[in-house]
Write a protein that binds this ligand. Sequence first.
Ligand code: DHB
Ligand code: MG
Length: 222
Amino acid sequence: MNKSFGASDPKLTEYAERVFEPEDAILKEVRSRSAREGLPEIQVGPMDALHLEVLTRALNAKKAVEIGTLGGYSGIAITRGMGPQGKLFTFDIESKHTDVARRSFELAGLSRQVEFFTGAATELLPSINNQGPFDLVFIDADKNNYPAYLAWAAENLRVGGVVLGDNTFGWGMITDERFESAEDEVAIRGLQTFNHICARGGRFRSTILPTGEGLTLAVKTR
Ligand code: DHB
Ligand code: MG
């Protein structure tokens, strides 16, 4: 999947990737290896990974949680952003994903900074409550559970900590009220609820960054 950058014009993606060089040799290898290993090609785009790294740096985050490890591409970006003192807790339902990601973190020289959890994040997240409060929670897994992940983040982030939610434009369906499949409906309803709680739930000050996919950015205020 070739993810665009910003509004639409491919010229802007080409420009941004040429000037900001978001994908180094390691990330390129992680992306291609993940595809060779048969993982779905749905990891964040190169510019979105750069956003993650730079936002993580700007936050001075040292403890981050990622829900949706996939092949490790976005987790490497976040871990790089935290620097050598950072620690990433990353969750995925598929052991195949965790296996590929382990190797990705080895390639990136970041293995000692990551802890992998395999299984349903809704069940596993409470096992790290005692390691919080956290600085950053990146949500990029099953869309129907985004509200549950947000509720966990609201309790386990520090005040000033940040939630980032990927795909929050819902592939163009976020404004829809009728859906072609039950699967779309449950996913998009999840994203709609997530965005609504970020915007209006009273615990976050939030915006939605107009990346190709939509990236909701919510700061915990209380
Ligand atoms: C899908 C999920 C993602 O997180 C993404 O970035 C793109 C696609 C999907 O489930 O199809
Ligand atoms: Mg995503």
